[in-house]
Design a protein around this ligand. Structure first.
Ligand code: NDP
Length: 434
């Protein structure tokens, strides 16, 4: 806190992890002696840079770009780029820190990183998005590469933005280094199944949690927050498994459709037309639109999948969900529950799938995209989806095992933190003090 004042999101992420690692340090004092903890919380490198660009009215704007290269013990830095006005050093560091352990949990050879900008893509024309992303890449290209650091998408960065950035990288480098970014279009090195991976993976993870109690998605009532990439494919997979998804949202408000969300409408509005979720209610009379996002957690449900942003479930929302009988939470977004909310869920015996385990499917398939790029091969959707499913099961099982081994049976927050940490710590020990 002394070294990083005002970085509240970063402190929150570190506190959650350090709290759960104390049983590990009791058994492995060598990690303390070798400074693993101090090294883990200090990024290997952070770059911040100016991103000047020109809008459609010829006005010049200046945004700030970030890339944190947090830990490379397991492989090239890997993690998304977020474009959102709230982006600052604290948010990028919390995301990068979480990413180290998440990537470790996937079992793939990837280190942890994250980046982005305080640029707001909302309401911008295609030309403005291209101007901004080209300017962003004109600095970022110096710091990344297929064997150095491989960014992907996150909030505000989808296939369009990745495409423009890939084009600019190629133009500057004068080489077709396909593996420099993931989440690319299918026609130029992208992987089938990447778009669906985070949402599907989250549902696969929750399915494993439910199975442990003899429950399933079939006939369950589900609430999903957000209506972006993660939310849409979480809804799709939950519906495929027979659940009724009754609500989703954007940063302005939420829709409640007791007959079940018509996903094709959400895809049309959000993926194609880039409109607000409020429009859904004018197309489907069964639905009600409510301004403001918090209220979504007052809708009674069996399973809640927060897939929008950090700290969207606070203690009061958690208590409301519990009082309404929620059985399971799967964190599709990064750190969507506050520390108090997590405590409330665990205390009430609600099944809780923490972000770094439940949403690791996206980065896992990004690593599969890197593998396909290296081999110059393309796997089928079914092949990628089967690998994703196996990875999510494996993450679940290793989290359960780690929790049990270290005396916290059933606590997947602790289990995921420990399982990820052990893999990184062993690699760091083997590579000396670097
Ligand atoms: P998108 O930009 O596609 O969608 C984000 C969604 O969340 C939008 O519906 C957006 O609404 C809403 N949202 C964003 N900020 C806020 C806010 N402050 N309050 C309420 N709603 C908000 O992003 P993704 O779906 O890719 O990412 C969602 C979450 O999942 C993030 O936490 C991200 O870090 C995490 N994640 C994403 C992965 C991926 O593969 N994409 C991988 C792992 C985690 P609006 O349209 O109004 O902005």
């Amino acid at each position: 806190i002394r070294r990083n004042p005002h970085e509240s999101e970063f402190h929150q992420a570190v506190k959650e992890i350090l709290d759960s690692l104390s049983p590990v340090f009791d058994q492995h004092p060598e990690y303390i002696e070798q400074g693993i903890l101090e090294r883990l919380v200090e990024p290997e490198r952070i770059v911040t840079f100016r991103v000047p660009w020109v809008d459609d009215q010829d006005r010049v704007h200046v945004n700030r770009g970030f890339r944190v290269q947090f830990n490379s013990a397991l492989g090239p830095y890997k993690g998304g780029l977020r474009f959102h006005p709230s982006v600052n050093a604290s948010i990028i560091k919390f995301l990068g820190f979480e990413q180290i352990l998440k990537n470790a949990l996937t079992g793939q050879p990837i280190g942890g990183g994250k980046g982005g900008s305080d640029f707001d893509p909302k309401g911008k024309s295609d030309r403005e998005i291209m101007n901004f992303t080209q300017s962003f890449m004109t600095e970022l290209y110096r710091h990344i590469g297929p064997d150095i650091d491989v960014p992907a998408g996150d909030i505000g960065v989808g296939a369009r933005e990745i495409g423009y950035m890939f084009g600019q990288y190629k133009r500057i480098r004068g080489a077709n280094e396909t593996g420099v970014l993931t989440g690319k279009g299918i026609g130029y090195g992208g992987s089938l199944g990447r778009k669906e991976a985070t949402g599907y993976g989250c549902v696969y993870f929750v399915e494993e949690m439910l199975k442990s109690k003899g429950w399933a998605f079939k006939d369950a009532t589900v609430v999903v927050s957000g209506s972006g990439n993660v939310a849409i494919y979480a809804i799709e997979k939950a519906q495929q498994l027979g659940a009724k998804v009754v609500a989703c949202s954007d940063s302005n408000g939420y829709i409640f459709d007791p007959e079940g969300i018509k996903l094709e409408t959400v895809k049309q509005l959000k993926e194609k037309e880039r409109k607000r979720i409020s429009e859904y209610a004018s197309l489907h009379p069964s639905a009600q639109y409510v301004e403001g996002c918090d209220g979504i957690w007052s809708i009674p449900c069996d399973i809640a999948l927060p897939c929008a942003t950090q700290n969207e479930i606070d203690e009061a929302s958690a208590k409301l969900l519990i009082a309404n009988g929620v059985k399971a939470i799967g964190e599709g977004a990064n750190m969507p529950s506050t520390l108090e909310a997590i405590e409330a869920f665990l205390g009430a015996g609600v099944l809780f799938g923490p972000a770094k385990a439940a949403n690791a499917g996206g980065v896992a398939v990004s690593a599969l995209e890197m593998a396909q790029n290296n081999m110059r091969l393309s796997w089928s959707f079914e092949e990628v989806d089967a690998k994703l499913h196996a990875i999510m099961r494996d993450i679940y099982e290793s989290s359960v095992r780690a929790a049990k081994t270290y005396g916290e049976e059933g606590n997947l927050v602790t289990g995921a933190n420990i399982a990820g940490f052990l893999r990184v710590a062993e690699a760091m020990m083997a590579q000396g003090v670097v």
